[in-house]
Ligand binder design. Structure first.
Ligand code: ADP
Length: 489
């Protein structure tokens, strides 16, 4: 695909106002719909079915029938083959999926296309692993044979956020399918379209009806009904801490295992001996990629005082060149996803200025765009470590810089929040970088690079950033339960 401007007409077909359940499009039981908004124009993009408990029930029943029926009889190797086929079909259809994503959440088509490629890689990783998840033999002594079998946990719920709508679906659904589970997906109300298209693609790839189901709708009704459904045996959620707590409480009542990924305020620590060109280059994408709407963004820069100005000058120089505009026009930064998110990010920017942080770049809305939730790349320096700007997840294109003199100070600041998703260390002294990697409280630590990873590398948080790990083989283990079989000889 060349880099050009797109329009909605490039989609080439209507957007269905239905859920995808048991291999078919289904209207909501009560006929209700809601509007999904194009964040770059604030116009209604499509009407989408608004699911409630009866639609969830229908989807879970379909998943139950598949789990007990056709899907159970599909061998692990054949499951892998189906997932590989799905990846091939998605690759062929990448442009349509990317356009749907861009229209729904605003991100540049180029990035949306990169997301689709990432989804293909995720599918293929899990496809290849489907027939390699092995049990163990257990040494009980001469008179016994004891072994473990890994079994699919059953029906799994996937409650998905809006920042990488298709990517987040694939991150948890691909391993669930590889493990032999069925899935009911509840996409975010801001971004339901690619999840629905994905379920339909699964059906065309040959997955039995009911293996992958999508119910669109809101968290409080469709999402909560899915969490509490008695037939659901595993829940994977990515989203805010507040919603994560609710889901965990709901899951506790049903004694259901959860995987929760709940965001972060991720420190990028830059020492005086760092390669500043590299660090500033990574920071540009780390902080402004996807308009900052990334759980693992470099949302807190902890800078050694001696290089602070040079680092921020480089970052500001790069950020000033970023173009802001419609995702369809392939600008560098698209709009934020919604009015609500826009208002939230703006209030952080205003609060930062009020609290005395020094605005080095941006802070406003780009000129020439009279509609849409656009925010300029913004850089704050001299941020008070106690302020909301320094402590809370903003989820927008806002860089927040703090300085340190001694390494211990940097470590205290890095570990001083309740979050613990990702941290990064930039230093040419590998011993120091590894000592920091050891001592930092985070699920992932990146050294001299940002966004290091892929389908193979486990990810997830500690502290308020979540429970459990996704991706890699641990990602598949989430959907397998261990059965022990003992035999007396
Ligand atoms: P945001 O980042 O917009 O605050 P949330 O964390 O609330 O997002 O939402 C992420 C996902 O969780 C969405 O699919 C949303 O619909 C869903 N959700 C929100 N509230 C609940 C709930 N009480 N139960 C289940 N799912 C929910």
């Amino acid at each position: 695909m060349t880099e050009r401007a797109y329009s909605r007409a490039d989609l080439g077909g209507p957007i269905p106002d239905a859920h995808f359940i048991a291999g078919q499009w289904c209207k909501s039981a009560d006929g209700r719909t809601f509007e999904t908004i194009d964040p770059s124009s604030e116009q209604v993009l499509a009407k989408v079915a608004r699911g409630n408990a009866s639609d969830i029930d229908k989807a879970v029943e379909a998943a139950h029938r598949a789990q007990r029926g056709d899907w159970r009889d599909v061998s692990p190797a054949e499951r892998g083959r189906l997932i590989f086929k799905l990846a091939d079909m998605l690759e062929m259809d990448a442009e349509r999926f990317a356009l749907l994503e861009t229209l729904d959440v605003g991100k540049p088509v180029r990035e949306a296309l990169g997301d689709v490629r990432g989804v293909c890689a995720t599918l293929r990783y899990n496809a290849g692993a489907a027939d390699k998840m092995e049990g163990q033999t257990v040494p009980l002594g001469r008179d016994f044979v004891d072994f473990t079998m890994l079994e699919p946990v059953g029906i799994t719920a996937h409650i998905v956020p809006w920042n990488y709508p298709l990517g987040m679906v694939a991150r948890s659904v691909a391993p669930a399918l590889a493990a032999g589970c069925t899935a009911v997906i509840k996409p975010a109300e801001q971004s339901p379209l690619t999840a629905l298209a994905f379920a339909e693609l699964c059906q065309r790839a040959g997955f039995p009806d009911g293996v992958v189901n999508v119910v669109a709708g809101f968290g409080e009704d469709a999402g909560a009904a899915l969490v509490s459904h008695p037939l659901v045996r595993g829940i994977t959620f990515t989203g805010s801490v507040a919603t994560g707590r609710k889901i965990y409480s709901g899951a506790a009542l049903g004694l259901k295992p959860v995987v929760l990924e709940l965001g972060g305020k991720n420190p990028m620590i830059v020492f005086e001996d760092a390669d500043l060109e590299r660090a500033a280059f990574d920071a540009l994408d780390g902080c402004f990629g996807n308009s900052g709407q990334v759980c693992s963004s470099s949302s807190r820069f902890l800078l050694h005082r001696s290089i602070r100005d040079e680092f921020l000058d480089r970052l500001a120089e790069g950020a000033a060149k970023l173009t802001v505009g419609r995702g369809l026009d392939n600008c560098d930064l698209g709009p934020l996803v919604s009015q609500e998110q826009y208002a939230k990010v703006r209030s952080y920017i205003e609060e930062g200025s009020r609290a005395g942080a020094k605005l080095r770049l941006g802070g406003g809305s780009p000129r020439g765009l009279d509609a849409g939730y656009f925010v300029e790349p913004t850089i704050f320096d001299a941020v008070d470590p106690a302020s909301a700007l320094a402590r809370e997840e903003i989820f927008g294109p806002v860089a927040v810089a703090l300085s340190f003199d001694a390494p211990d100070e940097a470590l205290d600041m890095a570990n001083g929040l309740d979050f613990g998703l990702v941290a990064g260390v930039y230093s040419r002294d590998i011993s120091r970088a590894l000592s920091f990697a050891r001592d930092i409280e985070a699920g992932s630590v990146w050294i001299n690079g940002w966004f290091i990873g892929g389908a193979q590398a486990p990810t997830g948080g500690i502290k308020d950033s979540g429970i459990g790990r996704e991706r890699g083989l641990p990602g598949i283990r989430n959907y397998l339960s261990t059965k022990n079989i003992g035999i007396r000889l």
